[in-house]
Design a protein around this ligand. Structure first.
Ligand SMILES: *[C@@H]1O[C@H](CO)[C@@H](O)[C@H](O)[C@H]1NC(C)=O
Ligand SMILES: *[C@@H]1O[C@H](CO)[C@@H](O)[C@H](O)[C@H]1NC(C)=O
Ligand SMILES: *[C@@H]1O[C@H](CO)[C@@H](O)[C@H](O)[C@H]1NC(C)=O
Ligand SMILES: *[C@@H]1O[C@H](CO)[C@@H](O)[C@H](O)[C@H]1NC(C)=O
Ligand SMILES: *[C@@H]1O[C@H](CO)[C@@H](O)[C@H](O)[C@H]1NC(C)=O
Ligand SMILES: *[C@@H]1O[C@H](CO)[C@@H](O)[C@H](O)[C@H]1NC(C)=O
Ligand SMILES: *[C@@H]1O[C@H](CO)[C@@H](O)[C@H](O)[C@H]1NC(C)=O
Ligand SMILES: *[C@@H]1O[C@H](CO)[C@@H](O)[C@H](O)[C@H]1NC(C)=O
Ligand SMILES: *[C@@H]1O[C@H](CO)[C@@H](O)[C@H](O)[C@H]1NC(C)=O
Ligand SMILES: *[C@@H]1O[C@H](CO)[C@@H](O)[C@H](O)[C@H]1NC(C)=O
Length: 701
């Protein structure tokens, strides 16, 4: 990344100059400015005591305050994400030398931006992102002609147009007005900001870009983000924007074809045109000079047709390619083979009717996400990409056995594997210990036969296990079942937080083991359409998170256990088509279901079914020998087999880890406290880099 390198160089320059100019005697806080800060603090509600250091005489040492080393004047005030509320007092006007004001991510609930800020003419950086400001923007802000960066994103300005006066901020390099409820057209005045490097107008309701594009002289603009607006018409000719490194236009209503002039933006690294209504052909010429392109996203333009020769050698090496829901097929695009650095490849729903090429599985050594679902891709799946976290191949015509999976050496880092709705056959491979991080496994609706493999028990992080619609049976379960029995409860204890099990529509027989109920975290259990026998386990009520329970179309007999009335979360219940009998236990839960939930059994009665003939003849809902399931060792069930062999856990930290990728702005504060006014250029550069970085981590995350 070029800009990263430049930032690094500049970093050293700035650090060196700091070393040379520092060394002055310590300058104490200026009393007038200290009082102004205290008055500012007194207007605020500081619920989290973030301004607790604002007491001492030396205001230059207060958190978020920085003074000039030479004059002692306050030059920086940064209270980012401090949970502040209340009034923003105009005492800040006393800070005549303040150049950096950052009040972002606080809660000035619903008030307009204070007009006095427009009088702080010396400001160079103003960050009011996500402050819950609303209403109109005072035109006085237009007086801030020295601003280098202005961030008003993440507020709600109630659908007003973007104010034109921003055009007077000639020094502006960074402008963020994203997610702030602006509507109307993009004012051409923004096109006068000849120093602009980054313009973010995303997630508003802007309806036209053409006047802005036509009159722009933004020769230095590197990042343009107008994603998620209501921009329509055909894509404008962007040739004048020849410095662009990132062009984000997704989530609009652009129509027509992609102009060939896009291919002239030779500095482009990111091109995102996804989720529009673009049409026509995309050819090699569209990429002719894009040799720096890293991320290309044309997804969700259903009428767009990629018309690219199979021997094309693109000028770029992509890390991310998304061509979901546009016409890539009928052949598997051969040119992708040249993209050896690919980390993400998405061809979901791309109308491909072809055999998967062999190179697909082994060419990309950095591939972390592979999405090929919903095509008609055929052929075997010889091996999984070695570094992939996310693999989705469902809804294709992949066939053959998966036995070669087990020939892979070493552990695979995969989190989700989805192979459902294909024609895979043979036994489910039994080497799941090689994928210890697996979080979700979906092999539903294939032709798998044989047993549910024991090594699934190694998947401690598994949350969802979908094996329905196969030919799984339990032909071996009768053998040695006593050996395992003693260990059963120990294994089930690890299953407490598994959330989703769907084994429906197989050929499973035997009983539901009693210890199944230790899976306390189960939200959905579907065992329907098998040949299960025996009773519904009496302590099923211990699955207290259960929201959906489907045991229909089996051979279950006996009464419905009373404990089922204890599951208050249950919203979907189907016990139909079994041999259940007796009175449906009373309690608000079970009575609230439609009679069809209980239909086609041997002798169920009571609300919501017709009354039982002579209620007292019907004993309480205890099955005569509830322990039979456990005692009858000769009839050990598939479930016990599965349960015995599985030791599930729960991936506690998953979202925590993903979430921590989002960069904290406090990092920036710490970082920039190193520098004084000399750091302007650096500030903008780094903020630019940070916003790029954050954007890319979000799109990837
Ligand atoms: C600031 O802007 C307002 C509104 O645009 C204008 O009326 C006012 O004269 C300006 N103030 C100064 C000091 O330039
Ligand atoms: C934008 O502002 C309008 C008018 O106040 C309001 O009705 C709408 O809900 C706002 N939209 C968003 C996304 O906040
Ligand atoms: C912006 O530039 C146009 C010419 O492109 C000029 O007419 C207009 O006055 C400029 N606006 C401002 C606010 O500088
Ligand atoms: C763009 O949208 C506006 C408002 O919905 C509509 O009036 C205009 O005709 C559209 N323009 C094009 C080119 O579709
Ligand atoms: C796109 O434009 C069409 C016609 O102008 C309109 O019906 C449709 O709602 C628009 N879609 C979006 C997402 O704005
Ligand atoms: C898929 O591609 C075929 C040509 O291979 C084309 O006839 C068909 O219209 C495409 N389907 C869609 C939904 O675009
Ligand atoms: C399951 O196996 C039976 C025969 O054993 C076969 O008739 C049936 O088609 C198979 N079902 C699936 C989904 O493979
Ligand atoms: C359980 O699976 C069957 C088919 O496999 C499906 O028809 C049924 O809707 C599922 N039950 C629930 C409650 O989702
Ligand atoms: C119960 O389910 C059946 C079949 O789905 C439906 O026809 C009937 O209207 C439902 N009754 C009630 C009371 O919801
Ligand atoms: C000001 O001086 C202090 C103490 O010498 C030093 O830590 C700080 O980095 C200096 N700040 C600037 C902006 O030079």
């Amino acid at each position: 990344m070029i800009s990263k390198k430049r930032v690094a160089i500049k970093f050293f320059v700035v650090v060196l100059s700091c070393v040379f100019v520092s060394g002055n005697a310590e300058v104490r806080c200026i009393e007038r400015e200290r009082e102004a800060l205290l008055s500012f603090k007194n207007g605020l509600i500081d619920a989290f005591d973030k301004l607790s250091s604002w007491r001492s005489n030396e205001c230059c040492e207060w958190d978020g305050v920085e003074c000039s080393n030479t004059t002692g004047h306050v030059i920086t005030l940064q209270c980012h994400d401090c949970g502040l509320r209340g009034e923003v007092r105009s005492s800040l006007l006393e800070l005549h030398h303040l150049i950096d004001l950052d009040l972002s991510r606080n809660y000035f609930g619903g008030i307009p931006i204070p007009q006095f800020i427009g009088s702080m003419k010396q400001l160079r950086h103003l960050d009011l992102n996500s402050c819950k400001f609303s209403g109109t923007i005072p035109s006085h802000l237009g007086n801030l002609t020295k601003l280098r960066s202005l961030d008003l994103g993440g507020n709600d300005f109630g659908g007003i147009p973007i104010p034109e006066f921003i055009g007077s901020m000639k020094q502006l390099q960074l402008l963020n007005l994203g997610s702030s409820n602006f509507s109307g057209t993009i004012p051409p005045e923004l096109g006068n900001l000849t120093n602009l490097l980054s313009l973010d107008l995303s997630s508003n309701s802007l309806s036209s870009i053409s006047a802005f594009i036509l009159r722009s002289v933004l020769e230095s603009l590197e990042i343009l983000d107008v994603s998620k607006n209501q921009l329509n018409g055909s894509l404008p000719d962007m040739r004048a924007f020849h410095s662009l490194t990132e062009l984000h236009l997704p989530g609009n209503n652009f129509t027509g074809s992609i102009p060939l002039s896009i291919g002239q933006l030779s500095k482009l690294q990111v091109l995102d045109l996804s989720s529009n209504s673009l049409e026509g052909l995309v050819t090699e010429s569209h990429f002719i000079k894009l040799d720096k392109l890293k991320k290309l996203d044309l997804s969700f333009n259903p009428s767009l047709i990629l018309d690219i020769a199979s021997d094309w050698i693109p000028p770029f090496q992509l890390s991310k390619l998304s061509l979901a829901v546009c016409n890539v097929g009928p052949y598997f695009p051969n040119w992708i083979r040249t993209q050896r650095d690919l980390a993400y490849l998405t061809l979901t729903g791309a109308n491909i009717t072809d055999e998967a090429p062999r190179w697909l599985w082994s060419t990309f050594s950095s591939l972390t996400g592979l999405y090929l679902s919903d095509n008609q891709i055929s052929g075997p799946i010889p091996l999984l990409p070695a570094h992939a976290f996310l693999i989705q191949l469902s809804g294709n015509m992949f066939a053959g056995s998966m036995s070669s999976f087990c020939k892979t050496h070493g552990l695979l880092p995969i989190l989700t594997l989805s192979l459902s709705n294909n024609q895979l056959a043979g036994e489910i491979p039994d080497c799941w210990e090689q994928m210890p991080s697996l979080f979700s496994l979906d092999l539903a609706n294939n032709h798998f036969s044989g047993e549910i493999p024991r090594s699934l028990g190694a998947l401690h992080d598994l949350q969802a296990l979908l094996l329905h619609g196969n030919n799984l049976s339990d032909k071996h379960y009768g053998y040695s079942s006593f050996l395992w029995k003693g260990q059963e409860s120990k294994y089930w204890n690890n299953l407490r937080l598994l959330k989703l099990i769907d084994f429906s529509s197989n050929e499973l027989t035997g009983n539901i083991p009693r210890s199944f109920s230790t899976m306390r975290g189960l939200v959905s259990l579907n065992l329907s359409r098998n040949s299960l026998t025996g009773y519904i386990i009496p302590d099923i009520g211990k699955m207290e998170m259960l929201n959906s329970l489907d045991l229909s179309h089996n051979q279950l007999s006996g009464h419905i256990p009373k404990s089922l009335t204890e599951i208050y979360t249950i919203g979907v219940l189907d016990l139909s088509n079994n041999h259940l009998s007796g009175k449906i236990p009373t309690g608000t839960q079970l009575q609230s279901f439609n009679a069809s939930s209980y239909a086609d059994n041997d002798g169920l009665c009571g609300d919501p079914l017709p009354k039982c003939p002579g209620d007292r003849l019907w004993p309480s809902t205890t099955n005569p020998d509830e322990n039979m399931n456990e005692k009858d060792g000769s009839n050990f069930s598939f479930m016990q087999e599965v349960g015995i062999s599985m030791a599930f856990g729960f991936i506690f930290g998953f979202w925590g880890v993903i979430g921590s990728f989002t960069l904290k702005k406090s990092w920036r504060i710490a970082f920039f406290n190193l520098f004084d006014a000399a750091g302007d250029w650096f500030y903008v550069r780094t903020a630019l880099f940070v916003s790029k970085w954050r954007r890319s981590s979000i799109t990837q995350g």
